[in-house]
Design a binder for this molecule. Structure first.
Ligand SMILES: Cc1ncc(COP(=O)(O)O)c(C=O)c1O
Length: 437
């Protein structure tokens, strides 16, 4: 980072002044929320697994130096500002690329599409690009409807697929009600129970959509055989199976796809759609992908190849960056690293649970995606604050607030994990000490 440029973008105004601007011009309730939690801090410098705040959370306190175990749900799979990604973006700019024109064909989109097809399970080989995860989920549901000529969708209670049109319809009622956005053909059933899907099927169901590991829903691990059974149920009724790998895909579990060996190594399910977002951007340039089987292409695009478009989705710059990211993250050595780190991390978290059974219930996860479930919501939220104060950034699951979700960047080293585990342990101990007083 060049110091003269850093000053231009980071720490331009005092934190208090920026908070006031945020409240006045962006979102006052959000600024208040963070203040209420005593976390009125703004991200500043970031590099690798670390993120610094501009200032401390209170006047005269030093800036927090946080190990980012949120990773923004996988956006920072490669940590902050990975040098190869930064170089690729700079090279792509210097090499003559810009956004490109979405109405025209694109060299970069073709190359990225080819790489994705190579990495996809089964015969999934076509990709439609977007900017956000929600947009790519909307695309998958929209295409399922075109293919099946049916309207309905079954999703999991507590699941989260985004806040856009169809994606919002798949989610929990609290997010839909304020926007008067609820249709009976979109149904929710408990995650992990194949019978509940079977029982919800009617003639009008186009698709079943699931996160392979529901993240917002509490980092849930489905029972063995669940996805296989869901696949069979969908096949029996001509229903499309959409797997949302926005958080769990791209190597997060130590396997490239969670649905294809990442949950149970011998369970390799081929869905009809795989949707990616977040990590597709490598933390640098937004991109999401909706990949699907070739038979679906005909149903959507045959009559009109322009029936679905996205002006900035699949831009040339984003595709060049994502191609580099895929090369890094699909490398077997990289995936082995995630597996190894995942084993260390999982063991460490389970030990912390054993040491704190008075407040902790379970650590569950795969690879570097873990949930730490507390006996109640209060302990989960207070532990989150206490752990952040120890320098580990993490958060509770939005739809299962008794569980903290912990997703370190996939580039973490053993020493980082030891540091993270010791800070989590300290955060929990300090909370317990305060509660005893
Ligand atoms: C599993 C999952 N799917 C989809 C989305 C939506 O992505 P976006 O916020 O980019 O629209 C999210 C976002 O958190 C997510 O976690």
């Amino acid at each position: 980072m060049k110091d003269n440029l850093k000053e231009k973008y980071i720490g331009t105004l005092p934190q208090q002044k920026l908070l006031k601007l945020y409240a006045k011009y962006v979102n006052k309730p959000k600024a208040r929320f963070f203040k209420g939690f005593g976390l009125a801090v703004i991200p500043g410098e970031r590099n690798g697994v670390y993120m610094k705040t501009l200032e401390g959370s209170r006047p005269n306190e030093p800036p927090l130096e946080l190990i980012n175990c949120r990773s923004s749900g996988g956006v920072f799979n490669l940590g902050h500002r990975h040098p190869k990604i930064i170089k690729t973006l700079k090279d792509a700019l210097d090499g003559g690329l810009d956004l490109g024109d979405h109405m025209l064909l694109s060299e970069q989109r073709a190359l990225l599409g080819e790489k994705l097809a190579e990495l996809m399970p089964g015969d999934i080989s076509k990709t439609t690009f977007g900017v956000s995860g929600g947009e790519a989920i909307d695309t998958a549901i929209k295409f399922s409807r075109a293919y099946t000529k049916r309207k309905g969708c079954i999703s999991a209670l507590g699941g989260y697929h985004g806040h856009t049109g169809f994606a919002l319809l798949t989610g929990d009622i609290d997010f839909k009600d304020p926007f008067l956005w609820n249709f009976p053909e979109f149904k929710q059933v408990p995650f992990g129970d194949a019978d509940s899907i079977r029982n919800a099927i009617t003639d009008d169901i186009a698709c079943v959509i699931l996160e392979t590991i529901p993240a917002t829903g509490g980092v849930l691990i489905a029972p063995e055989g669940y996805f296989q059974e869901v696949r069979e149920i969908c096949d029996d009724s001509g229903i499309m199976l959409i797997m949302d790998e926005v958080q769990s895909g791209l190597g997060r579990t130590g396997h490239f796809w969670a649905i294809y060996g990442g949950i149970y190594p011998n369970e390799k399910v081929v869905p009809d759609f795989i949707v990616c977002g977040k990590g597709m951007s490598s933390g640098i340039y937004p991109l999401s992908t909706c990949s699907y089987k070739p038979c679906i292409e005909k149903a959507v695009f045959k009559e009109d190849p322009f029936i679905h478009i996205s002006t900035t989705g699949g831009s040339d710059l984003a595709c060049a960056v994502a191609l580099e990211m895929l090369k890094i993250q699909s490398d077997p050595n990289f995936l082995d690293h995630v597996k190894e780190m995942g084993n260390i991390f999982g063991k460490g978290l389970k030990k912390i649970v054993e040491e704190n059974i008075d407040i902790l219930k379970e650590a569950r996860g795969r690879g570097l995606m873990w949930g730490l479930e507390f006996n109640n919501v209060e302990d989960s939220q207070l532990s989150m604050l206490s752990i952040i104060k120890q320098g580990v950034l993490l958060n509770y699951c939005g739809n299962k607030k008794d569980t903290l979700i912990i997703m370190p960047p996939l580039i973490v080293k053993k020493e980082d994990l030891e540091e993270i585990l010791s800070r989590i342990r300290l955060g929990i101990t300090q909370l317990k000490d305060i509660k005893k007083r």
